[in-house]
Design a binder for this molecule. Sequence first.
Ligand SMILES: Cc1ncc(COP(=O)(O)O)c(C=O)c1O
Length: 413
Amino acid sequence: MNQDRVESLAQFHPFTRLNKLLEGVQSGGGNTPLLLSLGEPQFQPPSFATDAIANAKEMWAKYPPTLGNAEFRNAVRNWLVRRYGIEPGFVDPERMIVPVSGTREALFHIALSAVARGAPKGKGKVLMANPFYHTYAGAAVVAGGEPAFLPAGPETSFLPDPDAVPADLLREAAMVYLCSPANPQGSVASAEFWQRWLKLARQYDFLIAADECYAEIYTDAPPPGAIEAAQASGSCDNLLVFHSLSKRSSAPGMRSGFVAGDARYISRQAQLINYGGVAVPLPVLAASTLLWSDEEHVTANRVRYQASFDLAEKALGPIFGKVKPGGGFFLWLDVGDGEKAALELWRQAAIKVLPGGYMARVDATGRNPGAPYIRVALVYEPAQLAGALERMAGVLKSLVDAGGHKLASARGR
Ligand SMILES: Cc1ncc(COP(=O)(O)O)c(C=O)c1O
């Protein structure tokens, strides 16, 4: 069966499936429900950003230019210089940066242009890790391409191994989505990983869409960026990087991000926005310019996530081993049967989590590599999470004691 066709998108949408799983199931334990299923930070963006939107109110009367304005693009270029140590001249803000109304939308659009370009030449495959962020597969099939899933479990350190991809598949590839820090696994790509993929992308002429929307949330060192590897190679050819304010600045409702990289693909992305996309409204662009120029709120955010990871380690570490992700804010826990665990966490403790199988597809061996896992989004204030994580530990432990499964996290044993 072709698992990924336009008509089956609803069947595979992770949250549609979760709603169905929990339909009619009473949330239990007398606890207030806590939604750790969705990666939506439950914090407020800094007030200077919302003030900037209010202060730019006369701009609601203007159509926003597709490429935004120079202030925004310069703020983004300066952030790339600060964050990744690239040379200021490496990314031309006029030709190599476009603001986008959410990276989900931009990640979707890019498949339309990459597949339209590749398919007539027999290059209609869209590569992605398995498990993966659901938009990638949706974009691939709507674009008329064909998703191709790459193993990204414990055997490849939870990232798709470039050296393991068959040459035939690389030849047929229009593009690959690569996510670091990865959703859902929390794995962080090394500089070498990006270099190896870049080399293949140029050799086989496909695009890398580097989804780095969790780049600012990490536990140890800042995750290396794909753009650093591009600079080391001398150009941004075949690479686009996707960055967002949704996680960095806790502003998912603003729908603000940017795409940077290969000027040829940036101009195609801009054309798609011209015809049928949403340019970022000028008041939002004004706020976004300030947010990309400020690090203080981002550091404070990281401290808060760190406190949540520490709580998770305390509650779940004794049964799973190390649970802290390398980056991002998800726990990716091997519980044996992710659906059963999600059901029981809801029924017994009013905690909603996402079964890992809903973020993956059945692979060549006939198994769904996400099925043993649950994804837990640590997106509430640490004080709200503390009790929930203890309750979660209790439910999961009793499931294991009953089923005899050996628990593990993506970072643990
Ligand atoms: C891996 C990944 N990429 C992209 C996005 C989209 O983020 P946004 O559209 O809010 O920028 C998300 C959101 O959850 C995500 O998890």
